[in-house]
Design a protein around this ligand. Structure first.
Ligand SMILES: Cc1ncc(COP(=O)(O)O)c(C=O)c1O
Length: 393
């Protein structure tokens, strides 16, 4: 009699499929195409970041670090965050260096939430947020941002947010600037979310990984800077996008001192620490890069955004103009296929450009008429992609 009842996948595993973003990247590699699917960010690593990480490796700074990260990086993060958010941040008690914003979110959920707890997530959403919650047996509750007239805006509907709160709600997850919509939450929206958070005593977990990618008068505001929200706000951010080091895995989290030890404990269990040389590289970036580095980053990406918007318009794919991050959602007019995934493959076959099916960012049945394009690319790769997209016409 074979004994196979225990040799099985977990109950969650059958629902675990590779993200659409990763599978489009694989399809793109196979086709030798240009990858505008994944936010890989293959632009140059800033010189001090690269030099310091290399020096750290060569000097033997390759061993595990403290579980909350090296002092030098925590000091630099605290100084940077205090200056930008206008609130004091203590490097020793309110900062945790993490394995990217991804590690920060995983550890935050482990430390602050219980299985079955509900977390409000705005739609369109970043799939990893949902995936992480579900893998920890927490319940994402989705609230649609209003897709104004023809993708014009993604406004917060405060009534819908209020209605989504139940006795099991523990947190509201914010992503500003957002992936994929490029939405930058306004002060008024964040105050409204904060008010709901206070009313129902909820955590505000905010993913600000694109905080330096802000365009044309939009302003990045972190809920941590709003009066009265400090204790309930967990800010997650990092260096993947800002310093083009997505593969180095270094990010951070800011939180009230009473949450940090537990979040740090769970981060330690999964990751031990962010890679040591990468921590030194990130610290050098914060210490040495001038303010003009960050303004040029935004200015460069504004040019790239406008290049891609123009190409998408020329190809007849109606794009939404993002205020932040480096993604564009565009309508799939003229592409063949019954759903967004097929249309993305049609685009790849016809132009050699990979984009992600919009359905990856919405509940089932939505987003099938959208594709997401990433413009966090080098100028030459983006220009080639734009030429190819125009060839659709
Ligand atoms: C909204 C959002 N958060 C987090 C990440 C990943 O950040 P990290 O590399 O710091 O884990 C991404 C990457 O695409 C993202 O889009």
């Amino acid at each position: 009699m074979p004994h196979t009842r225990n040799l099985r996948l977990s109950q969650l595993a059958p629902g675990s499929v590779q993200s659409e973003i990763r599978s489009m990247s694989l399809a793109c590699d196979l086709a030798g195409g240009i990858n505008l699917a994944q936010g890989i960010c293959d632009t140059e690593v800033p010189a001090p970041v690269l030099a310091e990480a290399k020096a750290a490796m060569e000097d033997g700074r390759n061993i595990y670090t403290r579980l909350d990260g090296i002092q030098r990086l925590r000091n630099a993060i605290a100084a940077d965050a205090s200056r930008r958010h206008g609130v004091p941040v203590d490097a020793n008690t309110q900062v945790l260096v993490t394995s990217g914003a991804t590690g920060a979110f995983h550890a935050t959920c482990m430390a602050l939430l219980d299985p079955g707890d509900e977390v409000i997530v705005f739609e369109p959403f970043y799939g990893y947020h949902l995936g992480t919650l579900k893998s920890l047996r927490m319940q994402p509750v989705i609230v649609a941002l209003e897709d104004g007239a023809g993708l014009a805006t993604w406004e917060l509907n405060v009534d819908a947010l209020r209605k989504a709160v139940t006795p099991r709600t523990r947190a509201i997850l914010i992503n500003t600037p957002s992936n994929p919509a490029g939405k930058v939450f306004t002060r008024a929206e964040l105050e409204a979310i904060g008010a709901v958070g206070e009313e129902h005593d909820l955590f505000l977990i905010t993913d600000e990984i694109y905080e330096h990618f802000i365009y044309e008068g939009a302003e990045h505001i972190s809920p941590i800077s709003l009066p009265g929200l400090r204790e309930r706000t967990i800010v997650m951010s990092g260096f993947s996008k800002t310093y083009s080091i997505t593969g180095w895995r270094v990010g951070y989290l800011l939180a009230d001192a009473k949450w940090i030890p537990s979040i740090g404990y769970f981060h330690d269990m999964t990751f031990i620490c962010a890679p040591a040389p990468a921590q030194h590289g990130a610290a050098a970036g914060l210490e040495q890069l001038p303010p003009s580095f960050y303004t040029s980053l935004a200015a460069d990406h504004l040019i790239k955004r406008d290049m891609l918007l123009a190409a998408l318009r020329d190809a007849g794919l109606t794009p939404h103009t993002p205020q932040g991050a480096y993604y564009i959602l565009a309508k799939t007019h003229g592409l063949n296929g019954a759903n967004a995934a097929q249309k993305a493959r049609d685009l790849l076959a016809r132009t050699g450009v990979a984009a992600v099916a919009g359905s990856a960012f919405f509940r089932a049945g939505k987003g099938e008429d959208l594709l997401r394009f990433c413009y966090g690319k080098t100028y030459s790769a983006l220009k080639e992609a734009c030429d190819r997209i125009r060839s659709l016409r």
